[in-house]
Design a protein around this ligand. Structure first.
Ligand code: FAD
Length: 385
């Protein structure tokens, strides 16, 4: 793996950094306080080509791959973690999955609006009683000859109630477990029978909407089935191995933000006549954060590099996601300590870092699940795909 960024990668980094500084940073406090999702950010990202990573140019892709995507998303979510869902929710979720499994017509119809930012994307797997055990989902899609009739509900769906286009996984053969699930593309603006309920009582990710989706006799056109019938579990696992990079990037960048903030604070805050950064116990905290920040970053780049080179990467993707979660929670905790009382004030970002970091231990595979993936591959119980 070449760790020197190319000219093009440095340009992407610079563009994303400037975009985040100018368009996201000025609104972070306001959006946190009002739990406000700023739709125009996604449109602007689409206009800049920041949603086009890993997708062929004929469908609106930007000709760049995973490494560039990770570099861009890192800069964006470092400023406000809620925005880690941008590339993840539009590009690495629905667009990439449609590109991999869709027909030419499906790709032409649905990928361009996701990459231009015209459409907000989402993916819905989780249900109230089906989390880690994906194959236990209950939402059903019945074949009614000329359409699918969908019933059931999905929980904790990022962007669910603001989404225009999303993947929804549902049972198409009862009792067949993971061999009876299929994947559908839902055009939310034209699907009667779907009620979308915002989940407002949550710990963090305040500027990223989360939703419950209730399907009651929702009529879905036949041609919205993505890939083969009953192949949805495989599609879902393939998708998660991509969208997890959004979590991995978000966690690594949050750890970096907490480190940078803590360094600045430790240089400026005076106690006992000197900057607190002069105290060895503070230095130990900074050193731990630095170590974990670097480790998280290189695990992330490694997973991106393997993906760009079409090499097996499931274990490395899981390691990156798992470690980013640990590093971000730890860094947020340590930042809170470095900042003292000010860390406890909402005028400083420590509370937001701590709230937002905790998501990474749960979504897109809990830390327990990623631990079992990493160990299972290492022990030879499953291949590294
Ligand atoms: C902010 C947020 C956004 C989300 N966005 C989305 C989204 O866009 N789309 C979507 O589909 N879902 C989304 N989710 C849901 C998320 O992916 C699930 O919450 C996650 O998969 C875990 O499921 P669960 O919460 O039901 O936990 P459970 O599966 O019930 O797990 C509870 C506990 O048991 C442990 N556990 C379960 N099984 C095992 C096992 N085999 N071995 C060891 N330990 C185990 C878990 O690690 C965890 O500690 C989101 C969640 C959050 C919080």
């Amino acid at each position: 793996m070449d760790l020197n960024f190319s000219e093009e990668q440095l340009m992407v980094q610079d563009m994303a950094r400037k975009f985040a500084k100018n368009e996201i940073e000025p609104f972070v406090d306001e959006d946190e306080e009002n739990h406000h999702y700023r739709r125009e950010i996604l449109t602007q990202m689409g206009e800049l080509g920041l949603l086009g990573f890993c997708i062929p140019e004929e469908y609106g892709g930007n000709g760049m791959g995973w490494m560039e995507g990770v570099i861009a998303l890192y800069e964006i979510s470092k400023v406000h973690t809620s925005w880690r869902l941008s590339i993840s929710g539009n590009t690495w979720g629905p667009a990439m999955t449609i590109n991999q499994y869709g027909t030419k017509e499906q790709k032409e119809k649905w990928i361009p609006p996701l990459l231009s930012g015209e459409a907000v994307g989402s993916f819905a797997i989780t249900e109230a009683d089906s989390g880690s055990d994906v194959a236990s989902m209950k939402m059903i899609a019945e074949d009614k000859g000329d359409h699918w009739l969908m019933n059931g509900s999905k929980m904790w769906i990022s962007g669910g109630h603001v989404s225009d286009l999303g993947l929804v996984y549902a049972v198409t053969e009862k009792g067949a477990g993971h061999k009876g699930i299929s994947c559908f593309v839902i055009d939310y603006n034209n699907t009667p029978g779907v009620t979308r309920i915002p989940i407002n009582k949550k710990v963090g990710m305040f500027a990223a909407p989360t939703s419950e989706l209730v399907f009651e006799n929702a009529v879905v056109p036949k041609e919205h089935l993505l890939g083969d019938l009953n192949n949805g579990f495989k599609i879902c696992m393939w998708q998660l191995n991509n969208t997890r990079m959004g979590c991995a990037t978000g966690g690594a960048s949050l750890a970096a933000a907490a480190l940078e903030g803590s360094v600045q604070y430790a240089q400026e805050r005076m106690q006992f006549g000197q900057p607190i950064g002069k105290f060895q116990l503070i230095q130990e905290q900074i050193a731990e954060m630095k170590l974990e920040d670097e480790a998280a970053k290189y695990l992330l780049y490694n997973a991106a590099w393997l993906k760009d080179n079409n090499l097996p990467n499931q274990q490395q993707t899981s390691m990156s996601k798992l470690y980013s979660a640990k590093a971000s929670v730890h860094a947020a905790n340590l930042a809170m300590k470095v900042y003292g009382s000010y860390g406890y004030s909402t005028e400083y970002p420590c509370g937001r870092w701590l709230r937002d970091s905790k998501q990474f231990e749960t979504l897109e595979g809990t830390s327990n699940i990623h631990t079992t993936i990493v160990a299972g591959i290492e022990l030879g119980f499953q291949p590294n795909r």
